[in-house]
Structure formats: structure tokens, C-alpha cells
Design a protein around this ligand. Sequence first.
Ligand SMILES: C[S@@+](CC[C@H](N)C(=O)[O-])C[C@H]1O[C@@H](n2cnc3c(N)ncnc32)[C@H](O)[C@@H]1O
Length: 292
Amino acid sequence: MTTHQSVMPQEVIEYLDVHSNAEYIDCTLGGAGHTTMILERNGPKGRVLGIDANPDALAQAAIHLKEYGRRVVLAQGNFRDVVSLATRHGFGQVDGVLYDLGLSMDLLKSSGRGFSFQVDEPLDMRLDPEQDLTASDIVNSWKEKEIADAIYQYGEERASRRIANAIVLTRRKKRLETTFDLVTVIESVLSRHGKSHPATKTFQALRMVVNDELGVLQRSMEDLPQILHKGSRVVFLTFHSLEDRIVKNVFRDWGKEKRATVLTKKVIVPTRQEILKNSPSRSAKLRAIEWL
Ligand SMILES: C[S@@+](CC[C@H](N)C(=O)[O-])C[C@H]1O[C@@H](n2cnc3c(N)ncnc32)[C@H](O)[C@@H]1O
């Protein structure tokens, strides 16, 4: 059972302009919270294509969404391929597309693939288990400088060089096979004080590299216009400054080229009440456009 709480649900529905019989793509289906809200509002004939790279997320969502029958179509895949997934599943140009780039930690904690530093699992971190590169490949075979740069760039971790050095010294004696192997190395460099766990930034960086999260986002946005028509809405929820910058810049360029109207001149953030109820929402940023 997923306990993930959808972030900025009302704002997402408003900016997607969800209406009767309209068609939407949820590029990050997850626990299907946003998709359920869309399906509650786009009846009686509107449909949603729900995409997720993680087969476990899709299997759970399928159970929750059963009552909507053929109004919901589920597709396992990466939103990098949003256009081909849409075509393959009978969706042409759609009325709205949603990307929620947050993490569903409850799903990830039970994935068996090492996303969380709180559970001892193999160091894998692939959202899509079919893909090649794993977190173990990075820490056990990349050069020290490459590891340090990745941890610094994607995790904004100031101790990146010391962590990379400790990883390389450790792996000379024994490969790092599990999340706890890596946590032990990080804790030998960084002590446990402050609000977040010392492994937080390194784990985030590895996850982003393994899943090429920024490259995938860029590629998806390049292709997206092919499935938009006049009036289509696109809504992004981002949780990381590097992701937000990509979305902001692409939207700004579309605006300048008169391909889209940017609906969020000022980025939308959760209310204080939402942050109090759902603390992972605190770093969320919502941006939206309407296609011209
Ligand atoms: C935060 S959850 C989505 C939660 C959902 N909006 C809700 O309200 O329940 C993000 C989901 O996106 C999926 N995901 C992340 N990157 C992806 C990608 N590149 N392609 C497809 N799915 C992806 C993850 O597997 C995860 O299930």
C-alpha cells in the first residue's frame, strides 16, 4: 500500500485545466494520486495514459485504477520516450501532460534496488531494472575524480572529494556491494549531525546519474511538442534546482518563440499548510505552459 501523498494536487488540476472528455498523459504515474484526480474530472469519456519506468509502481497503480476501466491505459516505460509510448497506446495529441519528478520513497524503500540508505540492499538504483548502468558500477569502477564530480554536481555535496577518496580506498580491499557498504564509507568521512543523514546527497547524486535524470528530462521536453495541440497544458513538479532550471529554460524559450504561453511567470510553491501536512513537498516547484 503506497502512502505517498500527491504534491500540490489542487494546483496541478487547475494548471492542467482538467475538463470533461479530455485526454491526459501522466508521465510519472507512481501511486496514481494525480491520475485519480484527473480521472475524477475528465469523465465520462476522457482518458489518461499513465507511464512509469518502475514496474512495481505500475502494478500497484493498476489495482487502484481498476474502477476506471478503459479510461486509463498503463504503460511501462521511460518518459524520455513519451511520444512513442503515446502513439503505441493510441494517444495522439493530448490536452495535458504532467511530470511529477518527486520520489515515491515508500515504493523505492520496498524496491529491493537500494534507493534508500535506510535499508540494506544491493547498490543498484535503476528505476527500470532492464537498463544497464547500476550504482554499484559507478562506485566500483569509475575513476575517483569522476565519482567526486558526479557527487558534487548532482548532489551538491561539498565533501564530494573526501567521499570519493574513501570509496576508492575501500574498494581496493573489498567491492561495495550494498547500500550499507556505501553508508559506512560515507559515515567514515561525514559525522551524523545536522538535519539530514550524511548519505542523503551522495545517494541522490548516484540515483540521478544511474537514471540519467537530467538527460531524460531534456530529451522528453525536446520531443513533447509533437503531441501537443493549441491549448494543451504542460505541468511540471520539480524538486531539485538542476531539474527546475531545465524546465524553466525550455519554457522560457518556448515563450520567446511564441510556441507557448508561460502560465507561471512566478514559480508556484506549496502552501505552508501543505508543507506542514506533507513535509517532502517543501522543495516542490510547479511550472506550467499552454501550447499555442
Ligand atoms: C513522485 S512519484 C509520482 C507520484 C504521483 N504523481 C502521485 O500523485 O501518486 C514519481 C514516479 O515517477 C517514476 N519515474 C521517475 N522517473 C521516470 C522516468 N524517467 N520515466 C518514467 N517514470 C519515471 C518513478 O518510478 C515514480 O513512480
